[in-house]
Design a protein around this ligand. Structure first.
Ligand code: UDP
Ligand code: MG
Length: 220
């Protein structure tokens, strides 16, 4: 019980600064008049599927959905948002249910218990109908405004594009264990990537159908 209280308190602390960041960022970049919008990027892809695994993220789901919808409308692309509830114990499931009722582009799947992020992604991938998949964390750590840039990279011919958290809001200890993890992974795999653990990634759909992820493999 005490642990649970501590967790929700931590989550609160984690989330608030990010919401602030969004508003600030968005006001700067978004205008209602499409012609005034800077960085309008058109994409060749027909439909993007945004897959979002979540565990106890009731607070961030609504702002995240609004943000994704705005971004997708901004680039004039068909899209779907697939939430995969990984056995949340808070009101997350209720929130995604009502989002799905409000927005027909929103769909969801729900696990009765917690199977981990990899399992959630894996099941989400089975239900996509887009030709591109974007994966994103639900905790507002990944900025939907990066979606157009990821799509641009895919169009250049990459099969997978990984985001990276430039600005981290995590506590010191997490930042540094994560730096260490990224360093070791870079050395072991020989792949030059800043942030292996970033939830924001884009794949061509064919690629996702060939990948099996389990355990901690979602990091790669
Ligand atoms: N998540 C999940 N199942 C879990 C743990 C996490 O679906 O068992 C989700 C979580 O809600 C978030 C994403 O996976 O949307 C990343 O989780 P977290 O923020 O804890 O990871 P980190 O930012 O440390 O990589
Ligand atoms: Mg996170």
């Amino acid at each position: 019980m005490e642990q649970e209280n501590k967790n929700t308190q931590n989550q609160q602390e984690r989330k608030n600064p990010r919401r602030f960041y969004y508003t600030k960022h968005y006001k700067k970049n978004y205008s209602k008049n499409p012609e005034e919008r800077t960085n309008v990027i058109r994409t060749k892809f027909k439909k993007i599927s945004v897959v979002i695994p979540l565990l106890d993220e009731e607070e961030s789901l609504t702002p995240l959905t609004h943000e994704i919808i705005k971004v997708c409308k901004g680039i004039n692309v068909d899209y779907e948002i697939i939430f995969v509830d990984d056995g949340s114990k808070d009101k997350s499931l209720e929130v995604i249910r009502s989002l799905a009722q409000r927005f027909h582009k929103v769909r969801y799947l729900s696990f009765r218990k917690n199977y981990g992020k990899s399992a959630a992604l894996h099941v989400g991938f089975k239900h996509i109908s887009g030709d591109v998949v974007i994966t994103m964390d639900a905790d507002l750590q990944d900025d939907p405004n990066e979606i157009p840039n990821l799509l641009k990279k895919l169009e250049e011919g990459f099969d997978l594009v990984s985001g990276w958290k430039k600005k981290r809001y995590d506590p010191f200890i997490k930042r540094n264990t994560s730096k260490f993890f990224n360093f070791i992974t870079r050395v072991m795999t020989g792949i030059k990537l800043h942030d292996f653990n970033c939830g924001l990634k884009a794949y061509r759909s064919e690629v996702v159908k060939d990948i099996k992820i389990y355990g901690e493999l979602h990091r790669y």
